[in-house]
Design a protein around this ligand. Structure first.
Ligand SMILES: Nc1ncnc2c1ncn2[C@@H]1O[C@H](COP(=O)(O)OP(=O)(O)OP(=O)(O)O)[C@@H](O)[C@H]1O
Ligand SMILES: [Mg+2]
Length: 247
């Protein structure tokens, strides 16, 4: 379980997170929505210590990691996490298998045979068996996304953070990725946090949906409750209404 309490983060004079409270339960898929620039990526980068918050508490599996040094965090907490970046981010100079192997070498001490096994297994999970010797620039956008998800699951994380996994994909491919996220959650038990603009997709696969607005989580509801909210900001956002002056 991840418990985020009163998290604050500013960049110079820009106050991005202004008291975020959010809990992610083991085994669930939680989607975070909110307009561009609101701080969604900053929030998930804070969880894995890529960004240092100014104030607040983050408790991961009952361990308060707030005061952790980078070394402590990397040793005790980082192995529980994988992160699918907003821009995919595979190394072009390495094959897909090479990319996964590199992640395995950085994050785990495994022998070559075990790394080979994990590369095969993770590519199989995302239905990209036999592309381990292919270079990223030979892949379509949807295959690239799946390859970066394969790299993320190869280290067998407890938590997987997806930053806009379906942005830029056509609706069919977006469904393929959403279905894959659900499959990984169900079959491997990976607790997943998804940042997304894809409300329909989020509704289909998430247990809960949270909205970040003006630095705070203003609402969390189950997917079933999505359409029955009386929060005007939330309703305007999910129905795609233009919001002026931040309201
Ligand atoms: N390292 C940084 N240094 C300075 N400002 C930053 C940094 N990271 C993020 N910001 C700023 O914080 C704000 C929130 O950024 P963030 O990337 O979290 O937005 P987002 O909600 O993920 O948007 P999008 O949906 O477009 O990805 C933006 O104004 C951004 O410019
Ligand atoms: Mg972002």
């Amino acid at each position: 379980m991840i418990e985020i309490k009163q998290l604050y983060k500013s960049f110079d004079k820009l106050d991005v997170l202004k008291g975020v409270d959010l809990t992610i339960n083991d085994g669930e898929i939680l989607s975070v929505i909110g307009k561009s620039g609101v701080g969604k990526s900053v929030l998930i980068k804070s969880i894995i210590n890529l960004i240092e918050p100014d104030a607040g508490t983050i408790i991961i599996d009952n361990i308060d990691v707030t005061g952790f040094s980078e070394k402590q965090f990397n040793k005790i907490i980082r192995p529980k996490f994988s992160y699918v970046f907003q821009n995919g981010a595979l190394w072009d100079s390495l094959t897909v298998g090479g990319n996964i192997d590199l992640a395995l070498q950085i994050e785990r001490r495994l022998d070559e045979a075990e790394r080979k096994r994990r590369i095969k297994e993770s590519l199989h999970m995302v239905e990209l068996a036999d592309i381990d010797n292919v270079y990223p620039d030979e892949l379509s956008g949807g295959m690239l996304k799946r390859a970066s998800i394969a790299r993320a699951i190869a280290t067998q994380p407890k938590y997987l953070l997806y930053d806009e996994p379906t942005t830029g994909l056509d609706p069919v491919l977006a469904t393929v990725i959403n279905t894959l996220i659900k499959k990984l959650n169900e079959e491997l038990g990976i607790t997943s946090i998804i940042i997304t603009h894809d409300i329909a997709g989020a509704k289909k696969i998430s247990n809960r949906i949270s909205m970040l607005f003006e630095g705070k989580i203003i609402l969390t509801c189950s997917a079933d409750e999505l359409r029955n909210q009386d929060n005007e900001i939330f309703n305007n956002f999910i129905s795609g209404k233009v919001i002026y002056n931040g309201h």
